[in-house]
Design a protein around this ligand. Structure first.
Ligand SMILES: C[S@@+](CC[C@H](N)C(=O)[O-])C[C@H]1O[C@@H](n2cnc3c(N)ncnc32)[C@H](O)[C@@H]1O
Length: 289
């Protein structure tokens, strides 16, 4: 099934499309062969085809999505884009590409396997000149956030207010607090201030870094932070960087954060590519059970 809602959100994200367009205009030179790895609706391949007379191959592994892109490109008279259904790493795309563009960036960066995908493409085509994006960093910034405070108040309020049937969550309240701290929330941070330096949790050199897994512990010490804002930075070219930081132009990726449980001072943030997900664990000083 073609995921119309997700693709509509991506097509409506002008910040994202402008960033990719400007980076491609900087990196792609006349005659370059371009591979759009994970083409979705074909939008990036369409933009690339205006920047080169070389072949543009758009690979998409979902059948309905590939056929949607194929028809839209044909109807737009963008006949030079060749849509191939399959895995971008294994598909037969003819001549090796000079430039690979891939918008397979997850909520925090690696969850759509951009690290493994670009690495496998580099191994298959050693002469690729450039990847767009070229790098990907997952960042963490301690913040004082009104949104995080309101979320915590609302969640903890649900467990402390009187419940029907004589039910009480009093003894398990610390567990709820700790569990909330482990969840990555995606919303919009409009009222947050920095409460410590932003730090990279991991930086991937796309095409080269072999695997995405990492685990990093952040110490908040006596910082007043009530949350840690998690975001990615993706340099697309030497002058264009796409970022989901709260102060950057808002994108469909939204703003992610974890809520700090009271008295917790360290958080370990890990990513496992086998699960394609992040795990956040706070120290358990706030939990008394
Ligand atoms: C985040 S969407 C982006 C779509 C489009 N490039 C854009 O910028 O709007 C990623 C797309 O890549 C496809 N995809 C992810 N990994 C792929 C792979 N290894 N081979 C082919 N398609 C892939 C997904 O099915 C999805 O349609």
């Amino acid at each position: 099934m073609f995921e119309a809602h997700q693709h509509a959100r991506m097509l409506a994200d002008a910040t994202r499309l402008t960033a990719f367009h400007d980076a491609m205009a900087e990196v792609i030179t006349e005659g370059d062969r371009v591979l759009d790895a994970g083409t979705g609706t074909g939008i990036l391949a369409a933009m690339a085809s205006r920047l080169t007379t070389g072949t543009v191959v758009a690979v998409e592994y979902l059948e309905d999505t590939a056929s949607f892109a194929k028809q839209a490109l044909r109807d737009s008279h963008l006949d030079r884009v060749e849509v191939v259904r399959g895995n971008a790493v294994q598909a037969d795309i003819g001549t090796p590409p000079d430039v690979v563009v891939s918008e397979t960036i997850g909520s925090l960066g690696p969850e759509e396997n951009i690290v493994g995908l670009t690495r496998a493409l580099r191994q298959r085509y050693p002469d690729i000149r450039a990847f767009i994006p070229s790098r990907l960093r997952v960042m963490a910034e301690p913040v004082v956030s009104a949104e995080a405070a309101a979320l915590r108040a609302s969640v903890m309020g649900a467990f402390t207010r009187e419940q029907p049937g004589g039910m009480s969550f009093a003894t398990v309240l610390p567990r709820a607090e700790h569990a909330l701290g482990g969840q990555i929330i995606t919303a919009r941070l409009t009222d947050a201030t920095s409460a410590g330096p932003a730090e990279p949790l991991v930086e991937y050199d796309l095409g080269t870094t072999p695997e995405a897994d990492f685990s990093q512990t952040l110490s908040l010490g006596d910082s007043p932070a009530n949350a840690v804002h998690l975001y990615f930075e993706a340099p697309l070219s030497s002058t264009v960087t796409l970022s989901s930081h709260r102060a950057a132009a808002f994108t469909h990726w939204g703003h992610s954060y974890v809520v700090r449980p009271p008295n917790a001072s360290t958080v370990t943030i890990s990513y496992r590519s086998a699960d394609r997900r992040f795990v956040c664990r706070w120290d358990r000083t706030a939990e008394t059970d």
